[in-house]
Design a protein around this ligand. Structure first.
Ligand code: SF4
Length: 64
């Protein structure tokens, strides 16, 4: 699911400590930087929010 990354989104990520990337997901295998469920995860790895204008959420995300 794609969402726009704008000033409001960036502020809400900080204000509410939102987590949504693989590195914060219970299925993430840190040693391989891979998804434990076998999904291609390149689009869901942590990114600098001030460098992007769109973000792709993973529907399998589960907070770790
Ligand atoms: S389930 Fe989705 S968010 Fe979690 S590690 Fe796999 S690709 Fe990343």
């Amino acid at each position: 699911m794609k969402t726009r990354v704008d000033a409001r989104f960036r502020a809400e990520v900080i204000e509410y400590a939102l987590r949504f990337d693989c590195e914060s997901c219970a299925h993430f295998v840190e040693a391989r930087r891979a998804c434990g469920n076998g999904y291609p995860n390149g689009a869901h790895l942590r990114q600098a929010l001030d460098e992007i204008t769109e973000l792709e959420f993973c529907k399998e995300f589960e907070l770790s």
